[in-house]
Ligand binder design. Structure first.
Ligand SMILES: Nc1ncnc2c1ncn2[C@@H]1O[C@H](COP(=O)(O)OP(=O)(O)OP(=O)(O)O)[C@@H](O)[C@H]1O
Ligand SMILES: [Mg+2]
Length: 336
């Protein structure tokens, strides 16, 4: 099982959007995927159409030792399970403060299901507290989404220090694999400047023995796309909500990159047949669960994207096209 934490302690940079859509692409490609919502805001849970107000929901059950992964996970799509964030997660950091081994509770629970999933992807809260430490202790890879705006890299060194500390003390397998530029706007020179700054930093780190020495900037950027901002309120991934938009093409390319380390446009996906996302209790053995059958005749094939980076001019054109269909201005979609 590949174990990935999607982390940046800055708020609103695209973590949840990235987890939802990479996980959805992986699941629709045929991998068994477990996503974990460690953010008490429960955006991932809500985005996948699960009721976050429901007591006894997911991740908290694991952290408080009340349940194992198979009991607490909920199946939300074919091949896709979630350990959701319920209301109780808000108090989890305080409750766990006196627990011995509090940073590795999630890791121990995940070890029990090592062979039952192909991917575990964790959505971290925008902080570097105990929930994030649990995510880093349970993962081997970190993907850092970055929104290229003023002060984008402020706090970056603290983030890397935290990763280095966890790597050094409790999880030597942990390393940063990728930095993903989200809400990229090729019309602004700032986007290109932030990317250059990160590139320069990574180049300078190559020969160091740090957990980010092998990190790469994902060669496809997630462009600003209003459909990505609209999809959460429908409880849908971008592939279910608007499979032909740029957001879907970008995230499909990122999923291919995460899986293969390159982008060739070969990452085909097949969506569930049900028009409404299926939410059902997890069976004892997710790996063998076939309760959401796929019927190829009704499946929606999604076009694979053009490989990798487009030139700035091309990006400008497509971003403007995306917005020209939208009643809202790009700025209103930035969220927090
Ligand atoms: N590429 C994009 N284009 C337009 N809007 C986007 C894009 N990516 C994300 N958004 C929107 O931006 C907002 C922040 O994104 P998201 O929730 O994924 O960030 P986050 O890092 O998880 O935030 P938080 O730190 O609060 O958990 C959301 O409203 C989301 O729908
Ligand atoms: Mg989030």
């Amino acid at each position: 099982m590949r174990k990935i934490a999607v982390l940046n302690q800055k708020g609103g940079v695209g973590k949840t959007t990235t987890v939802v859509n990479i996980a959805a692409a992986m699941a629709a490609h045929g991998f068994r995927v477990l996503v974990i919502d460690l953010d008490p805001q429960a955006h991932l849970t809500i985005h996948l159409g699960v009721d976050a107000e429901q007591p006894g929901c997911g991740a908290y059950q694991i952290l408080s030792g009340q349940a194992g992964v198979h009991d607490a996970a909920v199946k939300v799509r074919s091949n896709l399970w979630i350990l959701g964030a319920g209301i109780e997660l808000v108090g989890a950091e305080t409750e766990l403060v006196n627990e011995v081994g509090r940073e590795i509770i999630l890791r121990q629970a995940i070890a029990q299901v090592e062979n039952d999933f192909d991917y575990m992807i964790i959505d971290c809260p925008p902080s570097l507290g105990l929930l994030t430490l649990n995510a880093l202790a349970a993962s081997e890879e970190v993907i850092i989404p970055v929104q290229p705006h003023f002060l984008a890299l402020q706090g970056f060194s603290r983030l890397l220090q935290t990763i280095a500390l966890v790597n050094n003390r409790i999880n030597p397998a942990l390393h940063v694999t990728a930095i993903l530029m989200c809400m990229f706007d090729a019309r602004t020179s700032l986007s290109a400047e932030v990317r250059q700054d990160i590139e320069k930093f990574l180049t300078g780190s190559r020969n160091q023995n740090s957990p980010w020495a092998g990190a790469q900037i994902v060669p496809v950027h997630i462009r600003r796309n209003i459909k990505l901002a609209e999809a959460p309120s429908y409880g849908k991934s971008i592939f279910e909500y608007e499979p032909s938009c740029h957001g879907a093409a970008d995230y499909l390319a990122v999923a291919e990159f995460v899986h293969t380390g390159k982008i060739e446009g070969n990452f085909d996906i097949q969506l569930d047949t049900a028009s409404e996302p299926a939410v059902e209790a997890a069976e004892a053995q997710p790996a063998s669960d076939t309760t959401v059958p796929t019927a190829p005749a009704d499946n929606v094939p999604v076009e694979t994207p053009a490989p990798s980076e487009t030139s700035p001019d091309v990006e400008n054109t497509v971003v403007e096209t995306a917005y020209s269909n939208s009643p809202a201005s790009p700025d209103t979609q930035e969220g927090k």
